[in-house]
Structure formats: C-alpha cells, structure tokens
Write a protein that binds this ligand. Structure first.
Ligand SMILES: NC(=O)c1ccc[n+]([C@@H]2O[C@H](COP(=O)([O-])OP(=O)(O)OC[C@H]3O[C@@H](n4cnc5c(N)ncnc54)[C@H](O)[C@@H]3O)[C@@H](O)[C@H]2O)c1
Length: 304
C-alpha cells in the first residue's frame, strides 16, 4: 500500500499511549461505572478491558469462550477494587446476547460503558469467498454491534447517562480489495454511530449520552495473520505500527467523558485527541470532519 495514494501527514502520529491518555492519568477516571467489552479475549479488546479496569471501572468481558478470556480477566483483577466477570457470548446470537446482558444486569446492574470491539476480517477477494462467509462477517461486525447497542439503549436513555464506543476501522473510509464485508460493515458502524448521536442530540441528551467510533491504528496480531499468506503478511507488516494499548487507553479516556466534543464522530487513535477536541463539536460537524462524507463537483452541494 503506497501512503502517497492517500496523502502523507505533516503532523506526527502517536503509536503508543502518551500525554492525556498516559496510564497514570486514567487511574480512577471511570470509578463506579460498569463497562462491557466484546471480543475481549485477545488483541485490542484485551487492552481495552485492561485500560478500563485501570481506570477503576468494573468490567464485564465477552468472547466466544470463557477460557479464552482467562488472561484478560486475571490482568483486570490486578487493579484494586475492580470487579470482573467473563461471559461466553457469540454476539450474532440474538437470544444469547439478550441472556448475557440480562446476566450482566443481575450481577452488576446497568451498563454505563459499552465497547463493541469484536470483529472479523476474512481478507478474501469476493470471487474467492461465498455469500455465506461474506454475510457472516457483516453479521459479526455490524449486526453484533447493533444487537449489543439495542441491549443498553433504553436503559441508558432512561438513566440519561451512557457511553457507546464502536470499533470501526480505517477500512471504513477507503476503498480496498480483500474486504468488501469488512469495509462495508465498518462503514455502516461509522454511519450508525453518527446517526445515533443525532438522535441523542435531538432529545437534548448530547452531554449525557455519547457515541464514538474508532480506528485503533494498525495492531499486528491474529486478525492480520490468521487468514493471510506469509507473502501477504510480509507486504502488510510495515503498516502495523501501533500497540493495542493506544486504543485501550483512548477508550478509557473517551468513556471518562473528557472528549465529548468528539461525540458522534470517527476518531483515529493515532491523532492528538486534545487537539482534535479543541476544534469543538459544532466545527467538526459543520465541516464534516471525522465523519464519512462525499465530495461533489464544484457547483453541486449536498442538498436535501
Ligand atoms: N488489528 C488492527 O490493526 C485493526 C485495525 C482496524 C480495526 N480493527 C478492529 O479492532 C477490533 C479488534 O481487532 P483485533 O486485531 O484485536 O482482532 P482479534 O481477532 O485479535 O480479536 C477479535 C476478538 O473478537 C472475538 N470475536 C470474533 N467473533 C466473535 C463473535 N461472534 N462473538 C464474540 N466475540 C467474537 C474473537 O474471538 C477475538 O477474541 C475489530 O473490530 C477489528 O475490526 C483492528
């Protein structure tokens, strides 16, 4: 992938947590809250769960098996006073998700922070996969995300409090081969995040209820290696420069309510979060920054 095709940044990108999202500044920032993290068994989801536990939130972690979450659970339990529970849950299973959230509610009470992190990328050309594998990825990435959102929506609205953070990807905003299901499901997540925030704003709840979606950076791990040949892995390895904690700490920071100016928007964890916030919610919206958009020829505007 040639960076010149997409533009080369003149501002530095961050590849690991520092500044306002440094570990020590997050401690205690989510005390007393309950966070749910999907796909928490490994990779970025694991880092998110640990960062939230470090920020003193209680954490309910979800993945396809309880055993796969043992390491995450142990790491979260190291933080004093933090309660952690692991749940086996396939986020595409409607009844399974409902039962899991009911169980979480019985153990912890209502959810304050929902992090929809679980996702898959098959890395296949459309000719090389079936409709069923294409659709399965859409179901995990988009249906699973929305299903979990619907499980917390009414309660958050009634309590006038909550934060929903969805894992998108840079794949949502560029056209790339080997991932029609991935790219389109991630784009759907970006649009759903922004539209849901619009509904909160409509009710005057923007300061109380926030949605965000993220590009976590490029994190080398199972997702990049599981379905790719050694040859492709060698080609793509250089663009995976980021540690999972960059996203983990960004999530804890967003959940603490310190970056509400970004609500409804897509945020690339490699950008300087305080700088982006300093432009303000209205400016970001007015100029269509940090959201999906479409450009037309001069003279045509995006008229309703
Ligand atoms: N790794 C990257 O560079 C990168 C870049 C952009 C976006 N992302 C996104 O970040 C998220 C995490 O990526 P990662 O690299 O840590 O991936 P990963 O494959 O290491 O982890 C994903 C986790 O989700 C779980 N999962 C998969 N299907 C599930 C289902 N149906 N129900 C419940 N859990 C399920 C897996 O078991 C796994 O533990 C994904 O949404 C991914 O699309 C990753």
């Amino acid at each position: 992938m040639d960076p010149k095709q997409f533009g080369v940044s003149t501002l530095p990108y961050r590849h690991e947590p520092s500044g306002p999202i440094a570990d020590e500044l997050l401690v205690g920032s989510n005390k007393g809250k309950l966070a749910v993290v999907t796909g928490a068994g490994r990779g970025i989801g694991q880092a998110i769960a640990i960062a939230l536990a470090r920020s003193s939130a209680n954490v309910a972690i979800l993945d396809l098996s309880v055993e796969s979450q043992e390491r995450t659970k142990l790491a979260c339990q190291k933080f004093e006073g933090v309660k952690v529970e692991a749940y086996k849950c396939d986020i595409t299973d409607v009844q399974g998700v409902r039962d899991t959230f009911a169980a979480i509610n019985r153990t912890f009470g209502p959810v304050d922070i929902l992090v929809n992190n679980a996702g898959v990328a098959h890395g296949k050309l459309a000719f090389d996969e079936t409709f069923e594998t294409f659709w399965k990825a859409i179901e995990i990435n988009f249906k699973g995300t929305m299903l979990c959102i619907y499980e917390v929506l009414q309660s958050m609205r009634q309590r006038k409090s909550g934060c929903i953070i969805n894992m998108a990807s840079r794949a949502a905003i560029v056209d790339m081969p080997r991932g029609i299901s991935y790219n389109s499901s991630k784009a759907a997540i970006v649009r759903a995040t922004a539209s849901l925030q619009e509904e909160f704003e409509l009710e005057g709840l923007g300061q109380h209820l926030q949605t965000y979606c993220l590009h976590p950076g490029g994190v080398w791990g199972a997702m990049a290696t599981e379905n790719t040949s050694i040859e492709v892995q060698q080609q793509i390895r250089p663009i995976f420069k980021d540690v999972p904690e960059l996203c983990g700490n960004t999530v804890a920071y967003l959940a603490s309510g310190r970056a509400k100016e970004l609500r409804g928007h897509y945020f690339d964890c490699r950008h300087e979060i305080e700088r982006v916030c300093s432009f303000g919610y209205e400016t970001l919206k007015q100029y269509g920054l940090y959201n999906l958009g479409m450009k037309f020829l001069p003279g045509y505007e995006n008229e309703p």
